[in-house]
Design a protein around this ligand. Structure first.
Ligand SMILES: [Cu+2]
Length: 899
């Protein structure tokens, strides 16, 4: 039974309120948290308090939109707190109006227990190590005496154990042994389970199985670099790491495409607010999409509101393993920092914006998780494309997309959950979850029959079957507050083949069942009908399709909850038994409501009574059609462990998406710059696209895998020493004959002729000879024709002698010209590169002809060729050229030219 007692309504302090952030949904600042805890301490005068939670109570929805859309006042800044009072069981909680500096509600609720923080979990290990009965059980398990420092436990909430109910604040300690502090303990589980009363600071009971098992004698299985070296290292490769992994770096030379105004994100027509709290972690709110000037609301709020990881071994006490991690520990509380202590970008790549998470510590001070949220962009492959088969697919538009990712990672004891909220430019919102970390493990003895409930993943290690199920909370606001929801099923025509309605038997259609009541909305995934779900605004009708503006939930990782009716799991996670529930939205208790489907206080809830989803569903008669609705979706996977998951698990990925349907009147991303576009007329005339390159996303970094790596250069576009080869040197040439300076630069040389530099020879039709006597100029379209470019006499002597003619006659290469004026070899190479690699037409390249080079105060010389100019307008000369001129002023300029 839950007993609620109102202790006090008004406690005030005389302090001025701390500065508030500009946006009503911004998380509490460190200053606001301190202000709240000061007020709370004053209100619980004389009592020893442990702060458990201090968080923003988000404003009621109407107050938020009155401010946002109707120039109304800023909603008051309200905080919610939970404290554990020494000597008191149950939950002390309340509400603080920070703006008014008043505690406006204080409650003491018996029969529930507050969330467990990471600090709570850490205390348990000390408690069990000191307990004499735990020490005795360790000895029975075969742990040497006086080695309790090698005993570890993963402290879990007890779930619910009817021996104590919720009367005491309990944890169950899943026990392990490490022979060395660097061991991974999961290969050495112990067979007994102490129960700890954490308020009393002691072990109150130990669950001991009837069949005892000694600790494993097998070596610890581990995954750190030193262990990888031990397992896989060889004399040739001591680290044991595979050696074929070239680095992949992401370059974003112009930075990011998003703009953040504090916590408000603007990206590719989307605008939304990024929040964070102790419980859900990332919260995304107030999504809009700018539809060519019309800013349209999509969602009010999006978060993971709960999860459950029920284990499938029916033997006592394993039924207690069904962590409701978000409600029992908090996805925010367990969040990792993503930029490590050395500033290494260890979790994300590219140009990254981080946001910190702000929590409270036990003493009431703000606790900051640095870089808790990672915000970055990634290439997203083809966004759309079409090529016309009539001209060999040359007529085409090819547009690549990018995606914006807001992510966090949280560690729930053994497991890591990587949560990626992903936006695509076409209005799609995706959620991707990656599971990694380590399996929860239990001991088994050699040759033990562990039944069908688990897998032996390593000698003496039994990993129990389990599920990872999440409750995704979607508060839609598609073109306004009144929305509806429906199932959408692919159905064959109900009429038989040969009937007038389906003469040929091929008919099929999409069947929608709109939810009128909460009861209608309790549905499950149907793979046979490829079921999806719609959220839509029945009043916003697409002018082409005549159908309502919709966001479709496409989610196929929909495992059914496998625990039976009447099981503890089903009672405590009433939302998990079905894949959807839609309930009317309601404000609650000074703020935004209906957040947590397993109730506000999840630890040690028996699952009895009306709370969370059970309360919201009620008798199922509430209207959910064309009103303010919240859509809950259960998704996730069933995990039958395998040895590949051990000793650390490669990420297992599952995802879902929300797609706009009948929301836009046409493809919403046609205004994203293409990377390639040619019309049929352009192809027919042999012209390149008339589209200005500024209108295209020209990729300057991609290249063929068969092209050599361009060493040492930070720019993608330099001609590297590796792809420049000096050929046809006299047969007697040896390395001694090549100037050391060129060798040091890495110049490649060969006595072979250019046609023979590759094994088996080169296809002469793939070779382009840069030839001053050629009839046509080199153009960007030559890229697809040629793989090799030969620079012969185009450069060379001044005045010109036709040396190139020898090559032309000997090999019959196709020739191309680089304009009418002579240029030096390096300029010819640079010009070719601009045309071929950068796609710049010859006429768009800026040259300087016959530049005058001053090499001291009195002397200068006119260079008799043309040069490409750099950004400052200066001619680009070969490296060392000026020095050569200075050092060798007597030598004729002509002699310096490479032939
Ligand atoms: Cu798993």
């Amino acid at each position: 039974m839950e007993r609620l007692s109102q202790l006090s309504m008004h406690t005030t302090a005389s302090n001025a309120p701390p500065p508030r952030p500009d946006h009503p949904l911004d998380p509490l600042t460190p200053g606001e948290i301190k202000s709240v805890t000061d007020l709370v301490k004053a209100s619980y005068n004389g009592k020893a308090l442990n702060f458990n939670t201090v968080t923003l109570r988000e404003p009621i929805k109407k107050a938020y939109y009155d401010w946002k859309e109707k120039s109304g006042p800023l909603p008051p800044r309200i905080a919610y707190f939970v404290i554990v009072v020494d000597g008191d069981n149950g939950v002390h909680e309340g509400i603080v109006d920070i703006s008014a500096q008043r505690v406006i509600e204080m409650k003491h609720t018996d029969g529930v227990q507050p969330i467990l923080t990471p600090a709570d979990l850490q205390l348990t290990e000390d408690i069990i190590r000191k307990d004499p009965e735990v020490q005795r059980q360790c000895e029975i398990s075969g742990i040497p005496p006086n080695s309790m420092h090698q005993i570890y436990c993963d402290a879990w909430t007890i779930g619910y154990d009817e021996r104590w109910g919720a009367s005491r604040r309990l944890q169950q300690a899943l026990m392990y042994w490490r022979s060395d502090e660097d061991d991974s303990q999961y290969s050495h589980p112990l067979d007994f389970c102490p129960i700890v009363d954490m308020n009393a600071g002691k072990v109150i009971s130990i669950d001991i199985p009837q069949k005892r098992r000694k600790v494993s004698k097998y070596k610890h299985s581990n995954y750190h670099p030193k262990h990888v070296a031990e397992k896989y290292g060889t004399k040739e490769n001591p680290s044991g790491y595979r050696q074929d992994d070239a680095p992949i770096d992401i370059t974003q030379p112009e930075g990011v495409s998003f703009k953040m105004n504090n916590n408000v994100m603007n990206w590719s027509n989307f605008q939304f607010h990024i929040g964070f709290n102790y419980r859900e972690g990332i919260v995304l709110s107030d999504f809009t999409y700018n539809d060519h000037g019309n800013v349209r609301p999509i969602l009010h709020r999006l978060s993971l509101s709960e999860m459950v990881v029920p284990y499938g071994n029916p033997d006592f006490p394993h039924q207690r393993k069904h962590a409701l991690d978000i409600g029992e520990y908090g996805a925010g509380n367990m969040t990792n920092f993503l930029l490590d202590a050395n500033g290494q970008f260890c979790n994300c790549k590219g140009v990254i914006q981080y946001l910190d998470g702000v929590l409270v510590d036990r003493d009431g001070n703000p606790e900051i998780i640095k870089n808790a949220i990672c915000i970055h962009e990634e290439d997203d492959g083809i966004l759309f494309k079409h090529s016309d088969f009539r001209d060999n697919f040359q007529t085409n538009v090819t547009t690549r997309g990018k995606r914006l990712i807001i992510s966090q990672i949280f560690t729930a004891a053994n497991y890591e959950y990587c949560v990626y909220w992903i936006l695509r430019q076409d209005g799609t919102i995706k959620l991707e979850v990656r599971l990694t970390g380590i399996l929860n493990t239990y001991i088994c003895s050699d040759d033990e029959d562990i039944g069908p409930w688990g897998t032996v993943v390593y000698p003496n290690v039994n990993a129990h079957n389990h599920q990872h199920l999440f409750s995704l909370r979607i508060h839609p606001r598609i073109d306004g507050d009144n929305n509806s929801a429906a199932t959408s099923d692919a159905k064959p025509s109900p009429y038989p083949t040969g009937s007038p309605q389906n003469m040929y038997g091929n008919g099929f259609y999409c069947q929608k069942n709109v939810f009128k009541t909460v009861k209608d909305s309790i549905t499950d995934f149907e793979s046979a009908t490829a079921r999806t779900w719609d959220m839509f605004n029945p009043s916003s009708i697409n002018k082409y399709s005549g159908k309502p503006a919709t966001y479709k939930l496409v989610s196929t990782f929909c495992s059914p909850l496998l625990a039976q009716e009447g099981s503890l799991v089903r009672k405590r996670a009433p939302w998990a038994a079905n894949h959807t529930q839609v309930v009317p939205y309601k404000d609650e208790n000074y703020g935004y409501g209906r957040l947590y489907p397993s109730g506000d206080h999840v630890p040690q809830w028996s699952g009895d009574g009306m709370r969370g989803m059970r309360e919201w569903v009620g008798d199922g008669t509430d209207n959910v059609e064309n009103t303010d609705i919240v859509f809950f979706h259960t998704f996730g996977i069933t995990h039958f462990p395998a040895p590949e998951d051990f000793p650390v698990m490669p990420t297992e990925i599952f995802d879902l998406m929300l797609r706009p349907r009948h929301f836009f009147i046409e493809n919403p991303v046609m205004d994203v710059k293409p990377s390639s576009a040619r019309t049929t007329a352009e192809v027919r005339q042999g012209a390149l696209s008339s589209t200005d390159t500024k209108t295209m996303t020209v990729d300057k970094t991609s290249r063929l895998a068969t092209e050599a790596v361009q060493g040492g250069s930070s720019s993608c576009c330099d001609i590297g020493k590796e792809n420049l080869i000096l050929t046809s040197l006299p047969p007697s040439t040896t390395e001694k004959d090549i100037p050391q300076r060129l060798l040091d630069l890495g110049l490649q040389w060969t006595t072979k002729e250019c046609i023979d530099i590759e094994e088996g020879g080169i296809d002469a039709s793939k070779v382009c000879l840069l030839d001053p006597a050629a009839e046509v100029d080199l153009t960007p379209s030559d890229k697809s024709k040629f793989d090799y470019f030969v620079f012969g006499g185009i450069l060379g002597s001044h005045p010109r002698v036709d040396r190139t003619g020898i090559l032309r006659e000997k090999y019959g290469f196709s020739g191309r010209r680089l304009g009418a004026l002579q240029m030096t070899t390096d300029t010819a190479i640079r010009t070719t590169q601009r045309i071929i690699e950068d796609g710049v037409p010859f006429e768009d390249i800026k040259f300087l002809d016959y530049p005058e080079i001053k090499y001291n105060k009195y002397e200068s010389t006119e260079m008799p060729f043309r040069y490409i100019v750099d950004k400052q307008g200066d001619p680009i000369l070969p490296e060392g050229m000026l020095e050569l001129i200075k050092n060798d002023a007597e030598q004729s300029i002509d002699d310096l030219l490479i032939e």
